[in-house]
Design a protein around this ligand. Sequence first.
Ligand SMILES: [Zn+2]
Ligand SMILES: [Zn+2]
Length: 264
Amino acid sequence: MNATMMNATILMLGSGTSMGVPTLGCKCRVCTSSDPRDNRTRPSIAILYGERCVLIDSGPDFRQQALREGIDHLDAVFYTHPHADHILGLDDLRPLSFQGKEKIPLHADAATAAVLERMFEYTFSDSNKYPFKARVSLQPLADVTHLFGIDFLRVPLLHGELQTAGFRFGSAAYLTDMSDIPESSFPLLENLDVLILDALRLTPHPSHSHVEQSLKFVERIRPKQAYFTHMSHEILHAEVEPTLPPSVRLAYDGLRIPFAGAPC
Ligand SMILES: [Zn+2]
Ligand SMILES: [Zn+2]
């Protein structure tokens, strides 16, 4: 590890798909499983390094995830795309946003920012003087964002018809909500120690990668270790994980993955 690298940790806040697992009203064997790894909240990660905590997405389970993991401060959020399972926790950033002098930057592409501004209009409107609205500021999503010693690279992805943002940070990358990786994004994914990627279920889906396709992505990208996320109730952890090569594991809520953070 050279001098500019730093020890960092990815904390899996949520490894589940949009409806979460257990899924409301479902009595299937995964939704009723006693294995805690089959209990999947909505997809999000926190990146922890030094005293810093950077989120990728703030989903509807953010409050419970932060309580569970003892997250007590926040420095920035990156958004991947404007679907509900990735943004609905924005209002729960409020208490953490009151701590610092600066507003918490929310890095989002134009399409995501437009939905955030509409859905959380009271947060972003200057005319609303309510003192307890979230102290956050929208920032355009750059190709590279330097934050506290780590460069966050935007990795364009396709999620059905929608373009979403994956992220590379140092020796790790997080590619949630994607059905395909554009050819031009593969050069951004070379020499990874850790790759976390969407693998919704065992059978194909129009807007998410599934296990077989995600294994092909892993074969091509060749990270040292890969983890699947955004998983539905079709995936029983103890049954599916043993079918995968050792370099591919299923993520689960609360998993902590060390990696080397670095500027470009
Ligand atoms: Zn999603
Ligand atoms: Zn989505």
